[in-house]
Write a protein that binds this ligand. Sequence first.
Ligand code: ADP
Length: 383
Amino acid sequence: MSGVPETVFDELKRYVRWGETDEQALRTLHGFAAPQFQLLAEEFYDRILKHEGARAALAGGESQVGHLKVTMVAWLDRLLAGPWDEAYWEQRYRIGRVHVRIGLPQHYMFGAMNVHRTGLARIAYEAFHDDPDALQRVRTALGKILDLELAVMLHTYRDDLLAQQARVERLSTFGQLVGSIGHDLRNPLGVIETSLYILRTRIGEGDERAKKHLDRIGEQLGVANGIITNLLDMIRNRPLARERVALAEVLGGAAAVVKRPAGVSLDLDGLDAIPEVEGDPVQLRQVFVNLLENAVFAASPEGAVAVRARAADGSVALEVEDTGPGVDPATRRRLFEPLITTKDKGIGLGLALVKRIAARHGGTVEYSDRPGGGARFTVRLPA
Ligand code: ADP
């Protein structure tokens, strides 16, 4: 054994007893198969387009197929021509990462590999049917390399799961931290509240200005306490307050607290006509504060944010749109997971809370690209 640790690819090749005979056999097949690569790629994507599930996972939709076929021809070329070295594994791994990123369900990998297996076995038979030994060698080598391809794909999914698990662990630590900070803040807030009460009795009716400021302190104490309650609620999953809520008011309140640069306009549309919903006004306000803050951030320094409401059979849909860059494709799949952020000072909790609160109200939140550029978040709540 040399001092260099064995790579996963080497280990797997050793497992399937990959050797010179296999490499030779694939190279021979390459000579016969190369003129049919284009055809194989056509068959491959035909099959995907005819399968509703696989088609839905196709990144970029049918318009991408032309480009994907070119990639597929290159993939087949390398599959049979080699070299089957570390660079091969890395290149295949990168392809696997793309599948993970677009959220392709793993089981389609097996379906897809089966299409390749059948196509290549057909070509092998055409080329070698009168030389059974050669045919056997080619079949064996094909079996090995296609299984190695599947192994790479599974490996990328596994790496992705491990990364996800690490995030969940980070989150639970984070949750505990938030919990203890929230809890510790209650004490100083309690002291402020008591002192405020004492000051109120001292000042009496005479000093209007002082009284106004004391009221303001009292109000803001309420806000601070509310935020802490919310955070603790999130962590502990306490039941929601259930009352009839006018969304126009909730949105108005949210819009009032979100700071906006002069270059970003805010347009609220159709809010008065929407039916009331049942829920927790403080938490619902949090939903729109988070969405508006993100929208204003994305649209800054110059742009527009619009909120539109529509009522449709038993539910209310609220759209928050902005003219920013939209959510980049890499972030999109994980957008509503905690701790996903692309901002220097972000924590990536905003959208996770939005999703959680919407779900606790029996609703949903979805992302779509805004026609004409930018982001659109649609919150649906039962009316
Ligand atoms: P944070 O704002 O702390 O990053 P969020 O959960 O609110 O956390 O958002 C997560 C990420 O989603 C952001 O970092 C950003 O990349 C993306 N995002 C959210 N809203 C928008 C938007 N309106 N336009 C573009 N990207 C957005």
